[in-house]
Design a protein around this ligand. Sequence first.
Ligand code: PAF
Length: 283
Amino acid sequence: MNQIIIFRTIADMRKQVGIWKSKNLSVGLVPTMGGLHEGHIALVEFAKKKCDRVITTIFVNPTQFGADEDLAIYPRSEESDCQVIAGAGGAAVFIPSILEMYPEGFLTTVCVSGLTDKLCGASRPGHFDGVTQVVTKLLNQANADVAFFGEKDWQQLTIIRRLAVDLNIPTSIKGVPTVRDVFGLALSSRNGYLDFKQIEKARLLSSVLSKAAYDIASGSDASFECAKVVKTLLGYGFDRIDYIECRNAHSLELIERADIAECRIFAAVYLGNIRLIDNYSIL
Ligand code: PAF
């Protein structure tokens, strides 16, 4: 297995990135919060195909969790995560402490207005401000050529693309297709909280959502299809539906018919108090 370098400080990471760049090696960045699963492995492998050296970051960012969210129980598995990253071809892992990321006196926030107040932003106020704050820092710290983010978190990816353009961050932002289990369930660290019965139900989400995407693409009314998805999922025993919505893939504005622009169907649903998200392209 690949020998992996562990950086605990920004200075060490920057020094190594400087060495790689002086040898004309391209550098990829895969930001994560750890608790790595097949979806993350796919991100690292994808990054490795595009870049000579891949740095994975592991930082459970407190500023993106709401007061009632799962920060304290978020899975932490540093040692096995490093092994997984090495196995996937990663060259290095950046594991900063909270103080390295947010030193005494830290005051700066980054807010991408408009894109952040809908979908997950509407039910998780402040969440995306935490994401944009930490991602801006990670992009500046690593100075990678390309940073890779999963398309499962499509809204997050869209917001990060915007901030990189708006703030003239030279790293290019690349979306990586969602990794699913054989039943279509999008892989997520939160799936680990589901019991066997909940997993069986969770697996129904992707088939219901992809069928609606197909019907909308074939001309069916978007609001009608979204309402049908809500009814079907509640009928299957999902405990709560946060949203099922069709939106433009880039502006995230609501759409009515699929033929007006590239669009996607987005879902956030609950099984018990576990919140699952997913999305599919409509065109
Ligand atoms: O998607 C995630 O895991 C996180 O939101 C990210 C991008 C690593 C920022 O903490």
